[in-house]
Structures are given as structure tokens and as C-alpha cells.
Design a binder for this molecule. Structure first.
Ligand SMILES: Nc1ncnc2c1ncn2[C@@H]1O[C@H](COP(=O)(O)OP(=O)(O)OP(=O)(O)O)[C@@H](O)[C@H]1O
Length: 311
């Protein structure tokens, strides 16, 4: 080849490479510019933004950091988050997404399914199964580090849970696709009442909430999740086959956590935090048990809408 042709070739290749670099920079893809685990960021977020969930925070940080640092995981990470409504299960999933994907929940590698919204009709179960399997397979082929969040897992048809089982297992690959880098998160209220009972017993005994450890909640969780015929899990072999790596309990939130959520929400809405306003709002919320008024009925869930009436 003539020297001129060679240099044209070099320039051409260089331009193509630069073009690809710019493209990768602008458009989300599975490269580390866009998909990169930030362990320090996750720890910081769990420590400062998640209130009243010391057990869940610790379990999640350990589980996720261990998994992400493992170059050769043997199976995908499967977390099952349990607890009363509005206690931070969706919120934690969001924090996780934000510390793995630059675009957080907006990332095209994060997939959120809600049982009642995405799979509402039992008669279509076979169609849902095929669609869900195709979706998981297709997306993990595009990006092995994909995240799938299943909300309202306790309302999901057992057959549908069964259909995702192969993807959670220890297979090297299924039809040429490896699922070992993927993350599956199941959210449910199953076990919530038993977790509340443990927290209430601690409170009644005058013990600090922070003394509650995972071991205190494990029995509560296993009794309700494993033995409850309606909890979805019961019907499947997810548990028998040890496909869930961590069961994560979320404690019911107390008045002081509602205050923390309220102050954070005021800042998020662009106001300067005003304790008096937040206390007024927190006071008007419902708490249970009726007499003792220890735990917030709706957790922190209604705060964004309620706060508007008090500002
Ligand atoms: N422990 C918490 N710490 C900080 N903020 C919280 C916490 N729990 C809830 N929140 C706030 O309340 C909102 C609603 O909570 P979230 O959706 O995470 O509840 P959930 O446990 O998933 O409830 P559900 O079981 O009803 O789906 C969150 O977006 C977050 O702003």
C-alpha cells in the first residue's frame, strides 16, 4: 500500500474510533462509563438517606458489595425485600440503581415490574410468561449487568414466578446467555406483620430499636414467607432451591423517622426544612397499635402529598 493510502486508512480508523467513543459517551450503553458500581456512594446513601432501617441497610450493603466485587459470581444476585408499606423497599432499590447505573432508575438496564400493573389478568398468564422470559433474555444479552425489580411479589402469579426461576439459578449459561451478573430484587409486604411484632416486642421491653438484629427477624420472616400459602413464594421452589440469596427485613417506621422523611422531602421540594411544619404533619398521620401509637401506618409513603397541605 502507498504511504498516502496507509495514512488515509489510519485517519479513517481513528475517526471511526473517535466517533464510537463520542457515541458511547453520549448514549447509554453497557460500558463502564454508564454502568459502574460505586460502593462508597451506596454506603453513604444508605447511611444518610435511608431512615430507621439499620438491619436492611447492613444486609444490602454487604450483599451488593460482595456480589459486585466478585469477578466470577456463580449465580445472579437475588434479594427479597420484605416489610410494612412505605418503609423504603422501593426507595432502596432506587438507591441501588443510582449507585450502579449513571442514569439510575431511568437506565435502560433497570427494569421495574409491578404485579398488578404488568400482569393483571390470570387468564393471560401464558402470554405474560413468554413475554417476561423474552424480556429478561433479550435484555441480559444486551447488558449482563441488568437489574430486574419485581414489586408486589406477593401478588404475582406463582406460575409467573416459576417461569423466571431458571434465570436465578446456578447455570453457567442458558442457550448462550449467562445471567450471573444480573440482579433480581423482589419486593413484598409478606412477613411485614411479623416484623412489626418483633419491633413492637422490643419497644414494649424498653429496648432500643437499634438492638434489633437480623437474627431476631429471621424467624419472623421465615414463618410468614415460607409457610404462607398466599405469599406466592410458598408455591414455588425459589426457597427450596436456595435461589434467594438474602431475605431483607424492613422495620416499621416511627414518629421520629417520619420527621426525618418530612424534613428531607421539604428540601427535595426546594423549601428550607422547617421542623414545626413537619411535626404538625407527622402528628396528624395515623399510627398503630391504636393505643400506643408507635408505628406509622403508611410509613413515609404519603409524606410528599401530605406535606403540601402544611407548607
Ligand atoms: N426508610 C426510609 N428512609 C427514607 N425515606 C423513606 C423510607 N421509607 C420510605 N421513604 C420515602 O417514602 C417513599 C415511599 O416509600 P417506598 O415506596 O420505598 O415504600 P415501600 O416500602 O416500597 O412501600 P410499599 O410496600 O407500599 O410498596 C420513598 O420514595 C421515600 O421517599
Amino acid at each position: 500500500i502507498e504511504p498516502v493510502t496507509t495514512s488515509l486508512l489510519v485517519v479513517g480508523t481513528g475517526t471511526a474510533m473517535l466517533g464510537r467513543k463520542i457515541y458511547r459517551y453520549i448514549y447509554e450503553n453497557c460500558h463502564e462509563n454508564w454502568v459502574n458500581f460505586n460502593a462508597t456512594g451506596l454506603k453513604y446513601d444508605l447511611d444518610t438517606k435511608l431512615y430507621g432501617q439499620h438491619v436492611a441497610g447492613q444486609v444490602i450493603l454487604k450483599a451488593v458489595t460482595g456480589f459486585m466485587n466478585n469477578k466470577k459470581p456463580k449465580k445472579p444476585l437475588v434479594l427479597s425485600l420484605h416489610g410494612w408499606t412505605g418503609t423504603g423497599k422501593n426507595f432502596v432499590s432506587q438507591l441501588l440503581a443510582e449507585n450502579i447505573y449513571v442514569k439510575g432508575m431511568e437506565s435502560s438496564f433497570v427494569h421495574l415490574f409491578t404485579a398488578t400493573a404488568h400482569f393483571p389478568h390470570e387468564i393471560h398468564i401464558d402470554t405474560y410468561k413468554t413475554q417476561l422470559q423474552d424480556w429478561i433474555r433479550g435484555n441480559v444479552s444486551i447488558c449482563p449487568r441488568s437489574m430486574f425489580i419485581f414489586d408486589e411479589m406477593d401478588k404475582m402469579h406463582p406460575g409467573l414466578i416459576d417461569s423466571i426461576k431458571p434465570y436465578l439459578d446456578f447455570y453457567d449459561n442458558l442457550n448462550g446467555v449467562s445471567y450471573r451478573e444480573a440482579i433480581f430484587i423482589f419486593l413484598s409486604n409478606a412477613g411485614g406483620e411479623n416484623i412489626v411484632q418483633v419491633a413492637l416486642d422490643f419497644w414494649k421491653d424498653g429496648k432500643e430499636r437499634e438492638e434489633i438484629q437480623l437474627k431476631h427477624l429471621e424467624t419472623a420472616l421465615s414463618l410468614s414467607v415460607f409457610n404462607n400459602k398466599n405469599s406466592g413464594f410458598w408455591h414455588t421452589s425459589l426457597i427450596d432451591k436456595n435461589l434467594v440469596d438474602f431475605f431483607v427485613p424492613f422495620l416499621p417506621l416511627e414518629y421520629k423517622h417520619i420527621i426525618q422523611c418530612g424534613l428531607a422531602e421539604m428540601i427535595a421540594k426546594g423549601h428550607s426544612p422547617d421542623k414545626e411544619v413537619v411535626e404538625k404533619m407527622a402528628h396528624d398521620l395515623n399510627y398503630f397499635p391504636k393505643e400506643e401509637r408507635v408505628f406509622s401506618m403508611q410509613g413515609c409513603k404519603v409524606i410528599p402529598s401530605r406535606l403540601d397541605f402544611y407548607i
